[in-house]
Design a binder for this molecule. Structure first.
Ligand code: F6R
Length: 615
């Protein structure tokens, strides 16, 4: 939520800043802005409501010159999307400029205090108060030292922040700070860079410095990165990582949109994750960081996640309970604080989060940790907060996911969950090595199955016609397919703004079947598994009431074809639970075609943001 980017060096700042904002636009896209320290010693900038493209046009006219600057793309929390509320924000004297990602929870008190002190606040945002706090400490205890001034200001804040700050008094100095919001830094021979996400700076260097919570950094034009802790002490060896993927992986590469690219990348992503995961002693999952005895003793698992990742949790529950016989509770992270938690010393908490920055998920994981529970995370973004705060992390290695709707991370997270379930089942004695090997071999079919579905995208293209002129739809399934239905319905809602409801198919006759009328689109996830016979009856029930049925079915299932208006065929999978993977790919493609038909921006659906860093 919100993307920030900053640069100080020997090059002109605005090309990098604007390009960086375009890369980060998935984090928020209702307004954007940039401020540059210009050679005349002043701050010059542009900010406006609307997308980064609008800002780029305005900047072309403004001719911003200077080699140190900050920029921001916003997802509004406090104050409507408008020119006035767009970042950067400046202090009263107009000499300090600041961008912020996060939420300041005590902003009302601070705002009152600042107004009483005579500050003039011109926006409705929580962020603006920070720049005025910096102004006060700059003039007071920090004695003109921007790093110290920002540090003192952050001691007043409650909430989350990633900050970029520049000022005319210290030309060339760019100060960053973070707490509970991501911020990464790098440098090359032409200067130093900061951003909310690696994708914006990976083109400069793959060697990334990650600020820890509470840390701040001073970046200088010679590429210097000086990190301090919240107490002001120098941190000589800040945490760094070397990223394995390249800048080109974060680009669209000839696809019409990032979603198409990311959907197409699924077979390769799953293959990467599955490589070398079977050893002599079963599934290799060293990332769990637990002894065999500790694993065998796990008596209960809490899975915590949001949105699409929560759907992965539902699939994981099926696999863990079936194979490892461990009871699993799957919790929506934002609801977790209201639920009573029953843990023992052998309970494991598993958080599933693509970004590893989702505020609700992090808060829930912290609650579990505070209760003494071990936390294992399934993440995609290397070095994310969830991973850093967990006792063990499996990275799904799907590569950067830029489209706001999660696709390749979903299928890879499912693969990781299946590996995890097999690992547990073998270690706790509920599955023999031979069966583990059989299941692993069956899981190896998943990338090829996804590839086959991609080649059949014309089926989704055709089926999307069933949604033309419709305002609502129903997605049905039973067992693990009910979760596929949920995920399919979420995708269509978020991408095309068409109402879709997912229902366990057997429950439909208890109410929602009354919605069915002539031409009403119903997506039935009905692969050839133990749910098929009852699903066939459900399909007949809605067909009899005039529904237009789109079935996701196993190759050659003529009975299903006879009852369906459209069929999205998936290859036969050896393990029925793994049908969830090719089914997901079809439902992603279907949702994309429906959205494209409605003229939607599939990569940036309205009101959404990729990384949801507010609770
Ligand atoms: C839907 C989608 C969201 C995310 C959710 C959690 O397509 O992308 O529902 O799954 O915001 O995000 P992560 O996995 O980053 O915690």
């Amino acid at each position: 939520m919100c993307g920030i980017v900053g640069y100080t060096g020997t090059n002109q700042a605005s090309p990098f800043l604007l390009e960086g904002l375009q890369t980060l636009e998935y984090r928020g896209y209702d307004s954007a802005g940039v401020d540059i320290l210009s050679p005349d010693g002043g701050l010059h900038g542009v900010k406006c409501a609307g997308r980064v493209a609008t800002l780029v046009e305005r900047c072309a006219q403004a001719n911003l010159v200077g080699t140190c600057g900050i920029a921001h793309t916003r997802w509004a929390t406090h104050g409507a999307p408008s020119d006035r509320n767009a970042h950067p924000h400046r202090d009263c004297s107009g000499t300090i400029s600041l961008v912020h990602n996060g939420i300041i929870e005590n902003f009302r008190e601070l705002r009152e205090e600042l107004l009483a002190n005579g500050h003039e606040l011109v926006s409705d945002t929580d962020s603006e108060i920070i720049v005025h706090l910096v102004e006060e400490s700059m003039q007071g205890p920090a004695k003109g030292d921007l790093l110290e001034a920002v540090r003192i200001a952050t001691t007043r804040l409650q909430g989350s922040w990633a900050l970029g700050v520049i000022c005319t008094e210290q030309p060339g100095v760019l100060v960053c700070a973070r707490k509970n919001s991501p911020l990464v830094i790098t440098s090359d021979e032409t200067g130093a860079y900061c951003a909310s996400d690696i994708t914006a700076i990976i083109g400069k260097s793959r060697h990334i410095t990650q600020l820890e919570d509470g840390q701040l950094a001073r970046l200088t034009p010679d590429g210097g990165i000086y990190v301090i802790g919240a107490d002001g002490r120098h941190v000589p060896n800040p945490q760094t990582i070397d990223v394995s993927w390249s800048a080109s992986e974060a680009k669209r590469g000839g696809y019409p949109d990032f979603m198409s690219k990311e959907v197409a990348e699924q077979p390769d992503a799953m293959t990467r994750l599955l490589a070398n995961r079977l050893g002599d002693d079963g599934i290799v999952l060293d990332e769990l960081n637990m002894t065999d005895e500790e694993v065998a003793a796990i008596d209960r698992i809490y899975i915590i996640a949001c949105g699409t990742s929560w759907h992965v949790g539902l699939v994981a529950k099926e696999a863990i309970e079936r194979w490892a016989k461990i009871p699993v509770s799957v919790e929506i992270a934002s609801e977790f604080s209201y639920s009573s938690v029953l843990i023992t010393e052998h309970t494991l908490c598993v958080v599933i989060t693509q970004s590893g920055e989702t505020a609700d998920t992090l808060a829930a994981a912290r609650r579990m940790k505070a209760m003494g529970c071990r936390v294992f995370s399934i993440c995609n973004v290397i070095g994310c907060t969830a991973a850093r705060e967990s006792d063990g992390t499996i990275y799904v290695q799907a590569g950067p996911e830029i489209c706001v709707a999660s696709t390749k991370a979903y299928t890879s997270q499912m693969v990781a969950s299946f590996l995890f379930a097999l690992y547990l089942a073998h270690k706790n004695g509920n599955m023999g090595l031979d069966e583990v090997k059989e299941k692993y071999d069956a899981l190896l079919e998943a990338p090829e199955a996804a590839r086959t579905v991609l080649e059949r995208s014309w089926q989704d293209r055709n089926a999307a016609r069933a949604f033309q002129g419709r305002v609502s739809s129903l997605y049905l399934g039973r067992g693990v397919n009910a979760t596929s239905a949920r995920e399919g319905a979420l995708k269509i809602k978020e991408l095309s703004y068409l109402h879709a409801e997912a229902y366990p198919a057997g429950e439909m006759k208890h109410g929602s079947i009354s919605m069915v009328e002539d031409g009403y689109p119903i997506v039935a996830v009905v692969p050839d598994d133990d749910t098929r016979a009852k699903m066939l009856s459900n399909i007949q029930e809605v067909k009899a009431r005039g529904a237009c049925v789109i079935s996701v079915a196993t190759d050659d299932d003529e009975d299903i074809a006879a009852q369906s208006d459209y069929v999205l065929w998936i290859p036969r999978m050896t393990e029925p639970m793994f049908n969830a993977i090719p089914a997901a790919v079809h439902l992603q493609l279907l949702a994309r075609f429906v959205a494209v038909d409605r003229g939607r921006d599939v990569d940036k659906p309205r009101n959404l943001a990729k990384s949801v860093t507010v609770e």
